[in-house]
Design a protein around this ligand. Structure first.
Ligand code: 3H9
Length: 743
């Protein structure tokens, strides 16, 4: 059979003048134009065989007298979207991308890059080595390497500035921004935007440039414009990098590399780019960011005991409803509306409803102002929003998201109301952040249709969507909300229902330890600063002031109620676990956080954002310690970091052990998109693998001994096993699967 295929290919190739330099680039001659069609699905990444195919294709075209010009084009959905990231970390194989590029640039026959889809990274570098670039209107170009902890390493930093000038090149490269064809043409990156069939347009364009002198088309020969402003552009770019990408190494190196394009001759600039690229490539940050790239894609391959992404089909969602127009409900409505979905917004009275509508309008207006949403989308959203006080209006919608207060009785009442009016195929979602899905779903006659969709505040901004299945939730319901995540531009992670689910459950010990550390002697500002230096956007006490000390106060009372006890000024243990009532003292003084102008910090006004340290806050903490005869001790930054992050890592291993999720990737992505954990550290589980599980396990055992009354320090069995057997990170999931099957 294989032999027959080979023969067929041989004859077909001779007939159509098609050959395959290798399996990844199809070479054909159409009239006087050689066409190099990159064929490496899904994104035509420039792996070794593509690089080899492109180089040998250009060389073959050079030898063929019939050929007068060359087209490089991508087969399938896109022009090459970059180097093959999976090859990073392996021994590199010749030809490397720069060599391929210089072969293209040196070609005496004009080379035209014909762009569609996403022409990114190494793909854009190949286009910039070509003499001409044409693109269809829907295509986008850019250098996203920075998101992988890298910089464009095949001449991108030296060549883009020669076309666009320094300012645009610096900004495009340090931000990784994708640019649509129209803008790319304005910048001079694209020569012509073509419509209709790209291949036909490319052949026509390639014929039109035959015989053209190519020297002025070779970017390596061109000078960078406005080099006298290099200092000005560099300092402006560095200021932006410092502000927007604190802690990330790659954006700084991106600016340095583009600067070199203005200060050094082309080949020396290429050398500088190489040096900086190699430095980044070997760094822990690049490793972590590339891990995060694949982890983000891996979490979409969800699995639950009764089904998986392979077998379950999502139901179509054409219309939606949100129940509850408070802060979360309004934020969720914005997400749905921005994706073009009609939304019924249901409230119990007109006052709450109007306040929700106003909130949605304000969020939309703010997003337009920040350039996050187009005016067109905002106008369309306004027409898609249908405020209502009537449950019956929800009878035909495909999906409902409940976002009322975190109160089980109220949620059950809402679900029972929905059960009465909604059509049989509806998917009923709850935005609960803690309550077991089964306790809510049993209020309906169709628990298989009930699923958790936990958004993170602010819902229109944070990208995590934690989807939660209960014991009865159907794979179809899960598939629908996982797809919904994509539709509304969230990163959806599937978890099994349990108290706190994945993200908040891990956040518990992280936050509890922060309070214990202050109880023992650290100051809130010290703890916040150490967290911020680690890479968290704001420290845990500033976060608490943002959400309100009243929230933690209420949650603690709920916990006590569930345990059949109450919290008093003297409470030091709750359910046998260490308890710290410091937050209660702030609450008792009316210091609820930003909303009252003071909480753990003092703010410039009610609703203010600038925290300062004040005497009253210090007094509350000192009095608290005195009352309990706690003598303040000096706590090292190392201890602060270990106690907060190692306790949450331990909880992460328990979550894996209990089958709440299946992989460490699901945990890491939840922290990156739910709590803005620094991507350059990969996520708490990846971070643990970098520290080494033996060390993590030892320290957890140490804190278990020194803090015996905190259940979160009881070492996870899975962690112990992995640490003792020195299991590499890539194998953790296999061990999770095995330990689950034994449970
Ligand atoms: C670079 O170019 C360095 C050079 O400057 C210098 C070198 C010397 N490699 O995202 P999707 C996989 S660095 C390997 O779901 P979409 C991806 O893992 C690179 N694999 O699709 C997934 O696999 P799976 C610079 C890649 O339509 C599948 O393709 N370029 C690569 O939502 C589909 O991906 C970038 O950083 C790759 N480069 O989005 C671009 N890209 O199905 C990174 C994707 O097994 N890529 N895959 O999970 C993207 O931004 C998006 O994938 C893209 C498509 C927008 C292209």
């Amino acid at each position: 059979m294989l032999e027959v295929q080979k023969q067929l290919w041989h004859y077909l190739g001779r007939f159509l003048c098609i050959s395959r330099a290798n399996m990844s680039v199809d070479y054909s001659v159409r009239g006087s134009v050689a066409v190099l069609e990159v064929n490496n699905p899904p994104v035509n990444a420039l792996g070794h065989s593509v690089r080899h195919g492109l180089k040998s294709g250009v060389e073959q075209a050079a030898r063929d007298n019939k050929v007068k010009s060359i087209v490089i084009i991508g087969k399938g959905q896109t022009f090459p979207a970059g180097a093959d990231i999976r090859e990073f970390g392996k021994a590199s194989k010749d030809p490397w991308l720069v060599e391929v590029g210089h072969t293209i640039e040196a070609s005496l026959k004009p080379v035209v890059a014909a762009i569609h889809g996403t022409c990114l990274g190494g793909g854009l570098e190949i286009a910039l080595f070509s003499h001409f670039r044409i693109a269809v209107p829907s295509s986008r170009v850019g250098f996203p390497e920075v998101a992988l902890g890298l910089l464009p390493g095949a001449g991108g930093t030296q060549r883009l500035s020669r076309l666009t000038g320094l300012q645009v090149a610096m900004e495009m490269i340090y931000s990784g921004r994708h640019v649509a064809s129209k803008k790319a043409k304005e910048y001079g990156i694209i020569d012509e935007i073509v419509t209709g069939d790209l291949m036909t347009a490319a052949l026509k364009y390639a014929e039109s440039v035959q015989g053209r002198t190519l020297n002025e088309r070779r970017l390596g020969h061109k000078a960078v414009p406005n080099t006298d402003s290099v200092e000005k552009y560099t300092s402006a770019a560095m200021a932006q990098v410092k502000k927007k990408y604190k802690g990330f190494e790659a954006p700084v190196a991106c600016v340095q590399a583009v600067r070199a394009s203005a200060e050094l001759p082309y080949l020396e600039g290429m050398e500088r780019e190489r040096e900086l690229f190699n430095h980044l490539k070997a760094s822990g940050q690049a490793w972590a960011q590339q891990y995060a790239f694949f982890a983000e894609r891996a979490v979409s391959r969800w699995e639950m005991p009764r089904g998986s992404y392979k077998t379950a089909k999502p139901l179509p969602v054409r219309s939606t409803a949100v129940v509850g127009a408070g802060t979360m409900g309004s934020g969720i409505a914005v997400c749905l509306l921005s994706a073009g979905l009609p939304v019924y917004l249901l409230e119990q009275n007109d006052k709450f409803l109007q306040s929700g509508v106003k909130m949605i309008e304000n969020i939309m207006a703010g997003s337009v102002k920040l350039g996050k949403v187009s005016m067109e989308t905002a106008k369309k959203a306004a027409t898609l929003l249908k405020p209502t006080l009537n449950y019956n209006d929800l009878k035909d919608v495909d999906l409902v998201i409940e976002a009322v207060y975190e109160d089980l009785a109220l949620k059950r009442e809402v679900f029972s109301g929905l059960d009465k009016v909604c059509k049989p195929s509806v998917i009923l979602c709850t935005n609960t952040s803690t309550i077991d899905i089964d306790r809510i779903s049993t209020a309906t006659s169709r628990p298989d249709r009930v699923v958790g969709t936990h958004f993170f505040a602010p819902a229109y901004h944070m990208r995590l969507l934690e989807n939660i299945y209960g014991t009865k939730t159907s794979p179809e319901a899960v598939a629908t909300v996982m797809k919904l995540g994509k539709t509304i531009n969230k990163v959806a992670v599937l978890v099994k229902s349990c108290e706190g689910f994945l993200a908040n459950r891990m956040n518990g010990p992280f936050n509890t330890e922060a309070t214990f550390l202050v109880e023992e002697g650290a100051s809130p500002q010290e703890v916040d600063q150490i967290n911020e230096d680690f890479g968290m956007p704001i420290g845990p006490f500033k976060v608490r002031d943002l959400s309100g000390t009243d929230i933690s106060w209420r949650i603690n009372r709920e916990v006590a109620k569930a345990l059949g006890t109450t919290i008093t000024k003297e409470t030091r243990f709750l359910g046998g676990n260490r308890y710290c009532g410091l937050n209660d003292d702030f609450f008792d003084k009316g210091r609820y956080g930003r909303k009252t102008g003071k909480g753990w910090y003092l703010y410039e006004k009610v609703g203010g954002k600038i925290p300062t340290v004040d005497a009253e806050s210090e007094e509350i903490i000192n009095n608290y310690r005195q009352r309990r005869q706690i003598s303040k001790r000096k706590i090292t930054p190392q201890e602060i970091l270990e106690r907060q992050f190692y306790s949450c890592i331990n909880e992460g291993f328990r979550i894996l052990e209990e089958g709440i999720c299946n992989t460490p990737e699901e945990i890491d992505i939840s922290w990156i998109y739910g709590f803005s954990y620094p991507k350059y550290r990969g996520g708490p589980m990846f971070y643990a693998s970098q520290i080494g599980l033996k060390r993590i396990y030892e320290r957890i055992c140490h804190y278990h001994e020194t803090c015996p009354y905190s259940i979160h320090w009881v070492p996870s069995r899975l962690l112990k096993k992995l640490a003792e057997n020195d299991v590499p990170f890539s194998q953790w999931s296999n061990h999770v699967a095995k330990s689950k099957s034994k449970m």
